[in-house]
Design a binder for this molecule. Sequence first.
Ligand code: UD1
Length: 421
Amino acid sequence: MAIYEIKGGTPLQGEVTISGAKNAAVAILPAAVLVSGKCRVENVPDISDVHILLDILKDIGAEITEEAPGTFVLDCTNITSTQPKPELVCQMRASYYLMGALLSRFGKAHVALPGGCNFASRPIDQHIKGFRALGAKVEETEDYVNLTTDENGLCGRRVSLDVVSVGATVNIILAATLAPGQTVIENAAKEPHIVDLANFLNTMGARISGAGTDTIKVRGVEQLHGGSYAIIPDQIEAGTYLAAVAAAGGNVLVKNVIPKHMECITSKLQEMGVKINDYDDAIRIRSDGRLHGTTVKTSPYPGFPTDMQAQICVCMAVAEGVSRLTENVYETRFFGYCTELQEMGADILINGKTALVTGRESLHGADVSAHDLRAGAALIIAGLAATGTTLLRNVHFVERGYEHIVEKLTALGASISRLEE
Ligand code: UD1
């Protein structure tokens, strides 16, 4: 088991380059199943969720070559199986995108229920509702979802989501891409990775409009063709480095970002007292580590992302005054890291979906564990801002979604090492 040893108290200085977006990559790679021919995908992050997904795709018959670091050529022409290996599928969350992709291309799929970060109950009823609306027959067991179609196959329909769901929006787009007629998704998610998926599919010949708004229209096409596409930079990875500089202090140029995607995060950090300068594809952040408390309420894009809740909580834990942090997407998400932060001296009082965080002058190092991906990232930030040494366990969670995080932080002057126990 690997652990990170972090010696805190050093401000971060220099430049960091943000990798391709995890949540876009894990939608776009399964989307390649729909393409007849070769598609080339650039800016694929080197993270364990991507490795698992590539293994799943290879196992069902995709031919995949790594042309250069982060650039993959996928040829899914000869996929033979619609039953991806359950032992791989259950290692990650986004493997459920294979349901929409395989259903769209083959009219059937037999996919185990996904694994991944279990910081809350994560139902998939809206995905199922979408598949059914398009004409799929869905059988659910405790472990599997079995999707079939009759001789008419899928057909475009109107689907109105009961909750704004990234996963359901992706899965319905995938299922609808090759379904004759027009699918209209109402109350769709608007996250940048939804737009990126639609741009990828449109580059390969799909007809998707409205991505980035709450009404997405998919006009089904007979087949997609090959092409080349580069994944957008990761909004949450960039937000994590910004939060790290805010809490630990320093002066860092965060490169390869789309500043527009970062506004919901940078505006909060500015309220807390950090200096932000936006450039075309970079953001400079300067912080003396002395922050003011603030109020944050998470919500779907363009609101403050739930995936930044834990990282901003660390900033609040070292800010002057009392902050109020309300979680509106996954109510139980606080439990993944607040106890660990309290071990490091944070003053956090959780009342339902709101945490009251009373800032402390500093946190202190402790022996803590990551319970999910973003919780792990937050504990790294806490370790960087704290006095003394922090040992972070369960770092496999962090490595699911952050490319080369130890190397990137080391290049910024942090004292962080990966040790094998
Ligand atoms: C995606 C992101 C995850 C992020 C989350 C919210 C990926 C791979 N993961 O997860 O990092 O934290 O969006 O931004 O992109 N819901 C239902 N029924 C459903 C689906 C969702 O009730 O069928 C609820 C969920 O319980 C949650 C809310 O809808 O309260 C949003 O979930 P959703 O957007 O679907 O999250 P994921 O796609 O799983």
